[in-house]
Design a protein around this ligand. Structure first.
Ligand code: PLP
Ligand code: TYF
Length: 396
């Protein structure tokens, strides 16, 4: 049965973790995987999460099956977070939300449902995009193509290229967009550019699938939902995958959600019934703990404030690391890296080549993605000087 099975390639990012764990260099630094670490180098357990978990442990709730789509408490809280609690779209019953297994699970459920809905469509992802986007939509049976996005010359967005690509897509194509904190480049669209994207999607009759994995990491909860606000106001139907892995530092609990915006309450009911079918034949219903914790934090004014403050703290620390990295690189005599201060979220596309990334690993035990992506959220006051020295050295 297994004699002819070939070894599959490792996930380009998660595979780096395995190599990093085996690394012998005591000064090693992992800038590969996209995880937020505190200044102490550890993944934080947020105080708001701790408080919600304590209350939950004390209440000792039974562990029955959840509804297939998760609880109304969780799904409603997720909708409010995305669209604001006074949203007209929500009041009209135009949004259907299901708790899913992280952002990845939400993308997968959405992709499987879309395959039933639009079996002949193509999916377009940004060039470049999070590696798993392609694999996931191909796995769901779609041909996956790329639209122009990153401009290596400016280290920003090639917006003319992106618009030209949108204008050339066949009607009903599925376009995967990063709501904020683009992974891997850190280059985001401006609000004015989002307006043009929404208009192009409307005009071309495309289907937007907005991936929101970093809400709160660029400018704030509300600010980072600016693209969603524009889509909501457009009257379009669209998909959103949300992830709370980063914003609640709950990676392993697998907390996310798929939201589908329809034309009416009646459509929503029918769409939900179909999405439930996808979920039921996949994992039946979502796990209880992570979703209950997120729902508890979002629905308690006190815990919500605590969480927003902690999220703001993570955002500020990442910004401080960006500024400090630029300053350290300048002090080391490296070429201009000011663009790191313009890029947003956890990642920076540094422009380092695969050979330079490999040299950092071999000579310094510093791990980055071969594309030159570093996770700025893994820098801290202790390792930043060492990292800047290494980058400057491999550039010489
Ligand atoms: N989408 C993007 C753009 C991501 O960077 C990530 C990273 O983890 C995900 C989705 C997946 O999120 P999760 O870990 O919650 O599955
Ligand atoms: O891009 C990253 O590093 C994060 C974490 O299959 C991640 O999004 C990476 C690969 C993967 C799942 C999560």
């Amino acid at each position: 049965l297994f004699a002819a099975v070939e070894m599959a390639p490792r996930d380009p990012i998660l595979g780096l973790n395995e190599a990093f764990n085996a690394e012998k260099n005591p000064a090693k630094v992992n800038l590969g995987v996209g995880v937020y670490f505190g200044d102490d180098g550890k993944i934080p357990l947020l105080a708001a999460v701790k408080a919600a978990e304590k209350a939950r442990l004390e209440a000792q709730p039974p562990r029955g099956y959840q509804p297939i789509e998760g609880t109304p408490a969780y799904n409603g809280a997720v909708q409010n977070l995305m669209f604001g609690k006074d949203s007209e779209l929500l009041a009209a019953g135009r949004a259907v939300t299901c708790q899913c297994l992280g952002g990845t699970g939400a993308l997968k459920v959405g992709a499987d449902y879309l395959k039933r809905l639009l079996p002949d469509a193509s999916v377009y992802i940004s060039d470049p995009s999070w590696e798993n986007h392609r694999a996931l939509f191909e796995g769901a049976g779609f041909p996956v193509k790329e639209y122009a996005y990153y401009d290596a010359a400016t280290r920003g967005v090639n917006f003319a290229g992106m618009k030209a690509a949108l204008a050339a897509m066949p009607a009903k194509s599925i376009v995967v967009l990063h709501a904020c904190c683009h992974n891997p480049t850190g280059a985001d669209l401006t609000v004015a550019q989002w307006k043009e994207v929404v208009a192009a999607i409307k005009e071309r009759n495309l289907v937007a699938f907005i991936d929101m994995a970093y809400q709160g990491f660029a400018d704030g909860i509300k600010e980072d939902a600016a693209a969603l606000d524009l889509f909501a106001a457009s009257g379009l139907q669209f998909f959103v995958s949300s992830s709370f892995s980063k914003s609640f530092s709950l990676y392993g609990e697998r907390v996310g959600a798929l939201t589908i915006v329809t034309d009416s309450k009646d459509e929503s009911a029918r769409v939900l019934s179909q999405v439930k079918r996808v979920i039921r034949t996949n994992y039946s219903n979502p796990p209880t703990h992570g979703g209950a914790v997120v729902a508890a934090v979002l629905s308690s004014p006190e815990l919500r404030q605590m969480w927003e403050d902690e999220l703001g703290g993570m955002r500020d620390r990442i910004r401080a690391m960006r500024t400090s990295l630029v300053a350290n690189l300048k002090a080391e005599g490296a070429p201009n890296f000011d663009f790191i201060n313009v890029q947003r979220g956890m990642f920076s596309y540094t422009g380092l080549t695969a050979a330079q990334v490999e040299k950092m690993r071999a000579d310094y035990g510093i791990y980055a993605v071969g594309t030159g992506r570093i996770c700025v959220a893994a820098l801290n006051t202790k390792n930043i000087g060492y990292v800047a020295k290494a980058i400057a050295a491999v550039l010489k």
